[in-house]
Design a protein around this ligand. Structure first.
Ligand code: AMP
Length: 227
């Protein structure tokens, strides 16, 4: 299955992508997480990016704007060419522009494959601001938690002893940056919705306050893609 998760930053795409990745046994690919791993000093296998490019990516992310298409597409293309994507993948945060969506379709059709479905998670901006401003992230492994509920378990701390105990607030989870990220979503990324609707691929789940309610919505929406 080749699935696109679609929705505003903080809509819960990542959490649901992680769960669906286990359910379908296909990798979750988050371009945002790949960019953050570069910020942490990690390398992308098969790609060499200069320090200047990594610094530029960091500055763009911290401002709430989008990384240029050319760079983002080459990072995504490199990632989905890896063997673990042979049977499918879940894209979390890509595409974010019409151009990225078109290039992705072209890339897949050249390989004789396609996107099977696009799962939108619909959440109000106000709920997102509340959610993201309370989000805390492990600076080493990138795992996220929420101050009101999902704090690290003993197992998390054991897996990442120095860091999951010392969570930080991501620069782009500060309220003014969240507002900019949401504006970017509404002005640019939301244009992909009619693009995928026209292809008959879009299904929508309403993100709820309780995780189990969102899971029920997502599973109901996914059953339309699985058919
Ligand atoms: P995310 O974790 O998906 O919210 O991504 C964090 C940041 O990474 C975004 O605010 C963008 O600056 C950048 N980013 C992630 N994915 C993309 C993409 N597909 N196109 C452009 N920028 C991206």
């Amino acid at each position: 299955m080749r699935l696109v998760m679609f929705g505003a930053p903080g809509s819960g795409k990542g959490t649901q992508a992680e769960r669906l990745s286990t359910k379908y046994n296909i990798p979750q690919i988050s371009t945002g997480e790949i960019f953050r791993s570069l910020k942490r000093g990690e390398q992308i296998p098969g790609m060499t990016l200069s320090k200047d490019v990594v610094d530029e990516i960091s500055n763009i992310i911290n401002s709430g704007a989008l990384v240029p298409d050319e760079l983002t597409i080459s990072v995504l293309k490199n990632r989905i060419s890896l063997p673990d994507c042979k049977n499918g993948f879940i894209l979390d945060g890509f595409p974010r522009t019409i151009n990225q969506g078109e290039v992705l379709d072209k890339m897949l059709s050249e390989e004789g494959t396609k996107i099977d479905g696009v799962l939108e998670i619909n959440v109000s901006d106000e709920a997102i601001i509340k959610r993201l401003s309370g989000r805390r992230t492990c600076p080493a492994c990138g795992k996220t938690y929420h101050i009101t509920d999902k704090l690290p378990t003993e197992a998390d701390k054991e897996a990442c002893p120095e860091h999951c105990a010392n969570l930080i607030q991501r620069d782009d989870d500060k309220e003014e940056v969240i507002r900019k990220r949401l504006a970017t979503y509404h002005e640019v990324t939301a244009k992909l919705k009619p693009y995928y609707e026209a292809q008959g691929k879009l299904v929508t789940a309403n993100g709820k306050e309780k995780l189990e309610d969102t899971i029920a919505e997502v599973d109901a929406a996914m059953s339309k893609i699985e058919q």
